[in-house]
Design a protein around this ligand. Structure first.
Ligand code: KG4
Ligand code: ZN
Length: 343
């Protein structure tokens, strides 16, 4: 069974071919990605209309490239999977339209996949895949959630952000500091030269006793600190502030992840989504989990941010378990807002 996966929910067009059998971990045959970062950089953030138009330009050439690299013909595709949501409506429609057109032309089933399900299952493409059940920390540009994952399609929300997502906190703070878009990696790079203890920033909801997060206040604290420093803020203070911002976000994410392991009694956690690429988060979470004999699983670094492989993989794992609700009429729709627990 060959599954072609198409991701187009935001600012990356991803296509991949995954092979799976009735049982066993599916394998990635090939993947290709086009990032729109250069295009959106001039605007300081994603421009939805430009994103949709660029997905249209990229998706078919990427699909051709993926098939060529896998040495597979188009008629060897047995299912097409696409990101049905959540994400930007226009961007999602491009992937959905292409997937359904391909499915109709080939006469094969089409499956709409939840973007966050793709992220949280992506460690199954690593050399050291997790075993169910586990806690998942989903940290992307749009979402921050802790889930209990008992199996593919069996997700229980344990806690989530009540305002900004962790990636958004990185991006918005970075923007205030003039670091451009996407801010997460830029802020993390600057933080390497700073001391996280020089400036004191809040850790919202750290002691709330729940597994919910709140990051909106952090961005306000960064703004206030920048105003205090004035327009001549030196490079070293900027680095200290970047380090303090990163540390505040990481402290909250790690504390709540450990609390989720405690409250579920589970000994395994999967970290997925773009912020999962942050090395400070990895260091601190690895250390805390090691103390508690808990295992941490990450996707391969290249699969932390958006990609087509995770979408094809999620479809493969659902198909193996008879949980793939395919669309045989090719009358597609997308769900820009979609709760994972309902997927
Ligand atoms: O999962 P993702 O690629 O897209 C969404 O589904 O949102 O995540 C993108 C987010 C952005 O907010 C980006 O700034 C953040 O992940 N990010 C990072 C790092 N790499 C990406 N944040 C902190 N440190 C990083 N190294
Ligand atoms: Zn994502």
């Amino acid at each position: 069974m060959n599954i072609l996966g198409v991701e187009s929910s935001c600012d990356e067009t991803g296509v991949a071919l995954v092979e799976c059998h009735a049982s066993g971990v599916p394998t990635l045959r090939s993947q290709a990605l086009h990032s729109q970062i250069d295009m959106h950089q001039a605007y300081g953030g994603v421009v939805p209309e430009l994103a949709s138009r660029d997905h249209i330009r990229r998706v078919l050439p990427l699909a051709r490239q993926v098939l060529a690299e896998a040495g597979a013909a188009l008629d060897q595709v047995d299912m097409v999977a696409f990101t049905r949501g959540p994400g930007l409506a226009g961007a999602l429609l491009v992937g959905a339209g292409v997937a359904c057109a391909l499915g109709a032309a080939l006469g094969v089933p089409v499956l709409g996949v939840h973007h966050l399900e793709g992220h949280l299952l992506s460690p199954f493409l690593s050399d050291d895949p997790p075993e169910f059940p586990f806690v998942a920390l989903l940290v992307s540009g749009g979402h921050t959630q802790l889930m209990r994952v008992d199996d593919v399609g069996r997700y229980e929300l344990l806690g989530e952000t009540i305002d900004d997502a962790a990636g958004e906190a990185f991006d918005k703070s970075a923007k205030l500091m003039g670091l451009g878009y996407p801010g997460g990696p830029a802020l993390a790079r600057l933080a390497e030269f700073g001391d996280p203890t020089v400036f004191e920033l809040p850790r919202p909801l750290l002691h709330s006793g729940t597994l919910d997060f709140s990051f909106a206040g952090l961005k306000t604290a960064v703004r206030t600190q920048l105003l205090k420093l004035g327009s001549n803020v030196c490079e070293q203070d900027r680095a200290h502030l970047a380090a303090a911002t990163q540390q505040a976000i990481v402290d909250v994410l790690v504390r709540k992840s450990v609390a989720a392991l405690k409250s579920t009694g589970l000994k395994r956690i999967v970290v997925a989504g773009g912020v999962g690429a942050n090395s400070r988060l990895r260091e601190q979470l690895n250390a805390e989990c090691a103390k508690r004999q808990a295992r941490v699983h990450y996707p391969e670094l290249a699969l932390c941010t958006d990609n087509g492989a995770m979408i094809a993989l999620a479809a493969a794992l659902r198909w193996q378990r008879g949980r793939a609700v395919v669309q045989n009429d090719y009358a597609f729709n997308v769900l820009p807002r979609w709760s994972l627990a309902a997927a």
